[in-house]
Each structure stands twice: as structure tokens, then as C-alpha cells.
Design a protein around this ligand. Structure first.
Ligand code: SF4
Length: 405
């Protein structure tokens, strides 16, 4: 397997019990969409996010009732809570009083130097870090005028100006974001920032929109940077249930090998004319059933036994269809053959056993004759359909031309 480039070296901060930067695992963040004053509703969402993979949850603190809600939410939350602050610095002080594990300040709308320093002193006293959260959509007007728009350098200048205020009062418990809704600008801004400071970075494409576009934009921006070793914590900003954000963030980190797999990684062939089953429907059924099991496993759903087990031999477990049967395979080796209408159930059953007993034990428990039966079916299908890329046929044609017959 290809290894990722080394992660960028940064300072390390602590958000509650979550380490950020300095080589710590990249963490996943999301944000609640409930009114913070609705304590039970907000906590229900926090629990749902934590259960899906969010390591840190941000909650808006936009009025006194929200700050009061935080005072009840924070002690009951399973994950650290960060208060999101815009415009009113006193709400940052109130959120600290409520016991939050982090603050996010937007330099574009809290500009008074004395106020920023007052918040920094209070955060230092509470041992709470601050995210300098620059957003292209709410950039300081002076910077917009100076640069003619929210270009990457303007975002970085905004962050640096705010950091200097914090550093003036010896506050360095900082992480930074420079979010932009335009993916290339977002990537350029973070690269520039990574060359400018050594604080940990919070990555995100702002206002990415609903899926699938929002997902694509977020993955394009965040994954590009993570693959360069840049980024210490991430958030997908989707116009969707925030659970989808946490799920996507967690999945991205697992697919990039930056976090250990906690859940299912379902791979499936795209299907083609050779498919012996409705691959899309089977993959959907398998995904639903396996996700409910919460097993850390990679499973392949393949449309035909001719190519399926070989093409998906890297998967822990897989199923390939052929002539009304499902062929279960472990690391490419067929271990059981079941009727097609039982293949998803058999897959789930084998997944449970594989996670509990391990690959060696399950290969040893393979049904006698299963591999031979699969080979027989594959040969039969090849005879009817031709082999991969019609290789036999094409080789014969080439030989015919070469021999001049
Ligand atoms: S596994 Fe079979 S059905 Fe699926 S794409 Fe490959 S050849 Fe086609």
C-alpha cells in the first residue's frame, strides 16, 4: 500500500479530551442545527453526531438563552463542545462561563482588539483553545477593499492579524481555518497558511451546499490538503442533516488511512453486461444490513463470479453472483456457495463470523468443494459470454492473421 506523505508539523492543542495537531489523529467535527436554548433537542443531535463519528461538536452561542443552554448541554455531552461566536464578544465570555471546551471566533465580525484580548485572557484562564475561523463570505471589509475580493492572501492576512492580537497577550492555544466556498481558493488559502504559521489547521469548504455537490466540493478540498499532510481537524459543511457531515468526515479519514476503520467499507463493481444480478440493488441491501452490524470490515459486492473474486481479492469478504447462486469469498478465495436469494443474509452471517474469528479460521472453515463449484460456474459463464475482454477470441483472430490462413 502507498503511504501518505508525512503530516505537517504543528503545535498541539487540546479541545476537551481531544488532541488536535502535533501528530494527533485528524479529528472530525460537525455542528448542531437546533436552537441552542432547546437543550434536549440539541443534546439529542450531539449524541447522534458523536455516535456517527464526530469527535468534537460545535454549537452556536448567539444569544443569552443559547449561552444558558450551553451551561446545561456541556456537562451532559459525550464529546467536547465548541461555542461558535459571531459579533458579540460577551457571548464568548458567557460560553466560557458555561464550561465549553473551545471557542470559535470569526475575525470578520469581532474586530475590536480590546474585546478580542479580553476573550483571550478569559480563555487562557479557563484553559480553553480558540479557533480563529476566517470565512470568505464574512471577511473584514478593509481586506476586501485592499485585495478586491476574498482571495487566498486576504483570508490568510485576516487570520494572521487575529493571531497577533492573541499572541500579544501570550495566547497561543490556537487553531485556524480559512474557509472558502470556491475549492481551488480554499486549497490555495490553506497552503499559504500552512507556510505562514505552525498552528494546527481546521479544514473545510464553507457553504458547500447539499449532497452530492456539497460532498464532492468538500472531499475535493479537504482530501487534496490531507494528502499533502496539511490539516489536523475537518468539517464537511453540508446543507443536510449534520449526521451526514459527521459520517462523511469520518468515512473520508478512514478511506485515506488517517483513522482506523470503525465501520463498513463497502466496495462494489460498477456492474456491466456480464452481471448475473442487479448489483445496485444487492449492494444497497448489503450496505443497509452490514451498516446495522457496525462491523469494521471491507466487503465487496460483485456482479459476476467470472471476474468478481479476483478483482476484489483485496477485500476482507465478498460475494459474487453467477447462475442463480451467490459465491462468498474471503480474500479472493470462494468459501461458500448459497442460493442467490440468500446471498445478502449469508454475507452478513459470514461478516459477523469473520470479525469474531479472523481470516485464517474462516478460510479453514470453508465448505469443501465451494471453490471448485465457483470455478465450474465461471467456466460455464465464460463459455457462454466469452472471457474477459474476449481475449480468447481476439488471440485466435490475431493468430489467424499471423499464420495467413
Ligand atoms: S465483476 Fe463482473 S459484472 Fe461486475 S463489472 Fe466486473 S465483469 Fe462486470
Amino acid at each position: 500500500m502507498t503511504t501518505l506523505p508525512p503530516r505537517r508539523e504543528t503545535r498541539r492543542i487540546t479541545v476537551g479530551d481531544v488532541l488536535v495537531g502535533g501528530g494527533a489523529p485528524v479529528s472530525v467535527q460537525s455542528m448542531t442545527t437546533t436552537k441552542t436554548a432547546d437543550v434536549e433537542g440539541t443534546l439529542a443531535q450531539v449524541y447522534a453526531l458523536a455516535g456517527t463519528g464526530a469527535d468534537i461538536v460545535r454549537i452556536t452561542c448567539n444569544d443569552v438563552e443559547a449561552a444558558q443552554g450551553l451551561a446545561e448541554i456541556v456537562p451532559r455531552s459525550p464529546v467536547p463542545i465548541v461555542a461558535d461566536i459571531h459579533f458579540q464578544y460577551r457571548l464568548a465570555l458567557a460560553a466560557l462561563e458555561a464550561g465549553v471546551a473551545g471557542l470559535r471566533l470569526n475575525p470578520g465580525n469581532i474586530r475590536n482588539e480590546a474585546h478580542i484580548k479580553e476573550v483571550a485572557r478569559a480563555a487562557a484562564a479557563a484553559g480553553v483553545p480558540i479557533r480563529v475561523g476566517v470565512n470568505a463570505g464574512s471577511l473584514d471589509k478593509d481586506l476586501l477593499d485592499a485585495y478586491g475580493g476574498p482571495v487566498p492572501q486576504a483570508l490568510v492576512d485576516s487570520a494572521v492579524k487575529e493571531i497577533r492580537y492573541l499572541e500579544d497577550v501570550d495566547f497561543t492555544d490556537i487553531k485556524i481555518s480559512v474557509k472558502h466556498s470556491h475549492v481551488p481558493s480554499m486549497v490555495a488559502a490553506y497552503r499559504l497558511l500552512a507556510d505562514t504559521v505552525d498552528y494546527p489547521l481546521h479544514l473545510g469548504v464553507t457553504e458547500a451546499g447539499p449532497p452530492p455537490g456539497g460532498l464532492i466540493k468538500s472531499v475535493a478540498g479537504i482530501a487534496t490538503l490531507l494528502l499533502e499532510g496539511i490539516g489536523d481537524t475537518i468539517r464537511f459543511s453540508l446543507t443536510a442533516d449534520p449526521v451526514e457531515e459527521a459520517k462523511a468526515g469520518r468515512a473520508l479519514l478512514e478511506y485515506l488511512g488517517l483513522r482506523e476503520r470503525k465501520g463498513l467499507d463497502l466496495i462494489a463493481c460498477p456492474s456491466c453486461g456480464r452481471a448475473e444480478v442487479d448489483v445496485i440493488a444487492v449492494a444497497r441491501r448489503a450496505q443497509e444490513a452490514l451498516e446495522a452490524e457496525k462491523l469494521p470490515i471491507q466487503v465487496a459486492v460483485m456482479g459476476c463470479v467470472v471476474n468478481g473474486p479476483g478483482e476484489a481479492r483485496e477485500a476482507d469478504l465478498g460475494i459474487a453472483a453467477g447462475k442463480g447462486k451467490g459465491h462468498l469469498f474471503i480474500k479472493g478465495q470462494v468459501v461458500r456457495v448459497v442460493p442467490e436469494d440468500e446471498m445478502v443474509e449469508a454475507l452478513v452471517d459470514e461478516a459477523r463470523k469473520l470479525v469474531a474469528e479472523g481470516v485464517e479460521a474462516r478460510l479453514a472453515a470453508a465448505d469443501a468443494g465451494a471453490a471448485a463449484l465457483a470455478t465450474e460456474t465461471a467456466i460455464e459463464l465464460r463459455t457462454v459470454q466469452g472471457d474477459a475482454n474476449r481475449a480468447t477470441e481476439r488471440r485466435a483472430a490475431v493468430a489467424e492473421v499471423a499464420s495467413g490462413e
